[in-house]
Write a protein that binds this ligand. Sequence first.
Ligand code: URA
Length: 233
Amino acid sequence: MERLQKVIASSGYCSRRKAEDLIINSKVMVNGRIVNELGVKVKGDDVIKVENNVITREEKEYYVINKPRGVLSTTKDDKDRKTIIDYIETDKRIYPVGRLDYDTTGLLLLTNDGEFANNMMKPSSMIEKTYLAKINGILTKEEKLKLLSLKKYKVDNIKVKSINKTNQTSLVEITIHEGKNHEIKNIFKTINYDTLKLTRISYGFLDIKDLKSGEYRKLNIKEVKKLYSLIKK
Ligand code: URA
């Protein structure tokens, strides 16, 4: 038996809080009857309808993949380009937790658990994501300090891993916890650098050291619980 609002949220219909609002506002039916109080638990075969939509429940799956370059982090593409879903063998309706750009590689989570995905993607979740970025310049100490004190973007950590004087490029490890669109590229743009290559190397305690490009594995329940525990409530 699971709480009604949790089942609605895990289906991906909406957040748990929104599900509670929908219940209180008499928008939820269980086996044909309106439920308008919180605390009701449901069984696997109970039929749940929210705003007249039947909620489908399936076993939850969680994956981590090392996304290759030139792959979309969407479930489908109208131009028929390859998406990250094409890499994973499952009959579940999984989708990526957030996005990596088409040309970005590295760690991406996928799941069919809507509540998990919503929680991970909340900017307030504060889960640290570390990237390795190749930029077209030699990053100076002053520039590093400038990036650490940006108002628009919160850079948690930044380390120069190596520099290539001949090509005038730097390899930089940078940690952020928000997930704005093109965030890393935009962070480097603030000091007029282009990001030539970008890969996400870690997400909280997860990394992709054991995964080659395009390889994936399922997360176990301990890892899923640990990711939940990282979220700042
Ligand atoms: N920041 C970016 O600029 N691109 C990504 O794909 C991820 C983070």
